[in-house]
Design a protein around this ligand. Structure first.
Ligand code: SOE
Length: 394
C-alpha cells in the first residue's frame, strides 16, 4: 500500500486533533488506497515540539517550515499553527510542491487568503481548509438532502455558534484575543464555521449587515505562548483585547434565501453550541453539535395530523461516513455514537483518498475558503460602516 508522508505544523489543541486523525484513519477506513505516515512534527519551541512528537506518535521533529518544505520525504503539510501564519505557511508548502491541509480560517485577511488560493492552484496541489463540521454525518446528511432537493426552495438559514469560556475577565490575553495573530475574535473563530456551512448548504451570500462587540477590553497578559483555551496569566501586566467577543450578522443569499448568524464567547451556559436551522418549501432541518449524532427533520409531505419534527439518529451505516463500502458499520453499530474527533478522521480520510486518486481537492478547497473569508471581510466592513455591504466576488 502506498504511503502519504505527513508533516504537521503545530501541536496544541488542533495539532492534537489532527494527530489523532492520522493515527486512527487506517483503522476506520480500511478501503483507503493509501496510509498516512506521521513523519514530522513541526514547531518553534524545540523542547515542547520534541515532547509532543513523542506523545502523539510523530517519527521526527523539525523547527522551521523551510526545513520541512525542503525535504523530499514529505507529501502533505498540515497547518494547525495560529491564524496569522496559515496563509504564509500554506504558500511555502505549495511552492515546495506539497499538498496542503490548513486549519480555518484560511488567513487573517481576504488578501492573504487569495494569495494562498493562488499559490495552491498554481502548484496544482491538493488543498483543503479544515472545516471539520461538514463531516459530521448528520451535517453531511443535510447536504445530501439539499442536493436531492428534499428541502425544496430554501427560505431561511439561521446559525448560532455559542460558547462562554471567555466571559471570565481573568482568562488571559491568549492569541485568540489579539487581532495581529487571530485576525478576529468570534467572527473568524466561530462564525467562520457557520459561514462555511451556509455557503455549502444554501449557496453564495450576496450582502451582509453586521455588528460586533468587545465586552472585556483588557486581560492579564499570558505568560506563555498558548494554543488552546488555557494559558497561565502573567502577574500584574494587562493587555488590550482588540477582537470581537460577540458578533451578529444578517445575510442575503444569491438564491433569495435570508440568513442570520450569531457567534459569541459570552453566552453563559453554552459550551460549544454550534447550531443551525434551515427552512425550505418542502421541510426543515435542525442540527446542534452538542447532540451531533442527531438531526431534526420536518417533511412537508407528512400528513397534516402528523406534521412536525422527527428525530433522526444519523449514526446508521446508511448515513454519510457511517457505513463501509461493502456494508456494515464503519465505526460502531447504529446509535453507538461517534464524537468530535471523528469529524477530523473523516476529513483526513477524504484528503488521503484525493491524494491517492490525484484529485480533485476535497471541499472546502482554498477557493471555497476564500469565499468564506470574503463573507468575514464584508462583515468587518459592514460593522465599520454601519451599513449593508456587498460580499466581494473572489
Ligand atoms: C475555540 O473557540 C474553538 O476550538 C474553535 O477554535 C474551533 O474552531 C471550534 O470548532 C470550537 O471552538
Amino acid at each position: 500500500m502506498d504511503e502519504i508522508r505527513v508533516a504537521l505544523v503545530g501541536y496544541q489543541f488542533m495539532g492534537r486533533a489532527h494527530s489523532n486523525a492520522y493515527r486512527q484513519v487506517s483503522f476506520y477506513f480500511p478501503e483507503l488506497q493509501v496510509r498516512p505516515v506521521m513523519r514530522v512534527l513541526v514547531g518553534r519551541q524545540r523542547k515542547l515540539c520534541d515532547q509532543m512528537a513523542a506523545r502523539f506518535g510523530w517519527e521526527e521533529t523539525e523547527y522551521s517550515i523551510e526545513a520541512v518544505a525542503a525535504r523530499d520525504d514529505i507529501d502533505l503539510i498540515d497547518i494547525t499553527a495560529p491564524n496569522n501564519v496559515h496563509a504564509q505557511l500554506a504558500i511555502k508548502a505549495a511552492k515546495a510542491g506539497k499538498h496542503v491541509f490548513c486549519e480555518k480560517p484560511l488567513a487573517t485577511s481576504l488578501e492573504d487568503a487569495k494569495k494562498a488560493r493562488d499559490a495552491v492552484q498554481k502548484a496544482g496541489v491538493i488543498n483543503t481548509v479544515c472545516h471539520n463540521y461538514r463531516r459530521a454525518p448528520a451535517v453531511a446528511l443535510v447536504h445530501k438532502m439539499v442536493e436531492n432537493e428534499d428541502l425544496g426552495e430554501i427560505y431561511h438559514w439561521r446559525a448560532l455558534y455559542l460558547q462562554d469560556w471567555a466571559m471570565d475577565p481573568a482568562v488571559p490575553l491568549m492569541w485568540r484575543f489579539q487581532k495581529r495573530v487571530a485576525g478576529s475574535g468570534s467572527l473568524g473563530d466561530l462564525m467562520a464555521h457557520s459561514v462555511d456551512l451556509a455557503l455549502w448548504l444554501v449557496g453564495d451570500i450576496s450582502r451582509v449587515s453586521c455588528t460586533m462587540k468587545t465586552w472585556v477590553k483588557q486581560r492579564p497578559k499570558a505568560s506563555a505562548v498558548d494554543g488552546g483555551l488555557g494559558g497561565a496569566a502573567a502577574a500584574g501586566a494587562m493587555g488590550r483585547v482588540d477582537v470581537d467577543d460577540g458578533v451578529v450578522a444578517l445575510a442575503e443569499f444569491r438564491s433569495g434565501a435570508l440568513g442570520t448568524f450569531e457567534a459569541t464567547r459570552f453566552a453563559a451556559g453554552h459550551k460549544n453550541y454550534n447550531w443551525f436551522e434551515i427552512n425550505g418549501s418542502k421541510g426543515s432541518v435542525i442540527f446542534n453539535l452538542e447532540r451531533m449524532n442527531e438531526l431534526y427533520y420536518c417533511s412537508g409531505t407528512d400528513p397534516a395530523d402528523r406534521s412536525g419534527f422527527r428525530l433522526i439518529q444519523a449514526s446508521d451505516p446508511v448515513h454519510p461516513y457511517m457505513g463501509l463500502p461493502g456494508g456494515g458499520p464503519r465505526y460502531w453499530p447504529t446509535a453507538h455514537i461517534i464524537g468530535y474527533e471523528h469529524t477530523f478522521i473523516n476529513t483526513v480520510a477524504d484528503i488521503l483518498q484525493a491524494i491517492a486518486e490525484g484529485g480533485p481537492s476535497p471541499e472546502p478547497t482554498f477557493a471555497s475558503g476564500c469565499r468564506t473569508q470574503a463573507v468575514l471581510h464584508a462583515c468587518e466592513q459592514a460593522t465599520k460602516e454601519g451599513a449593508w455591504v456587498r460580499v466581494p466576488k473572489v
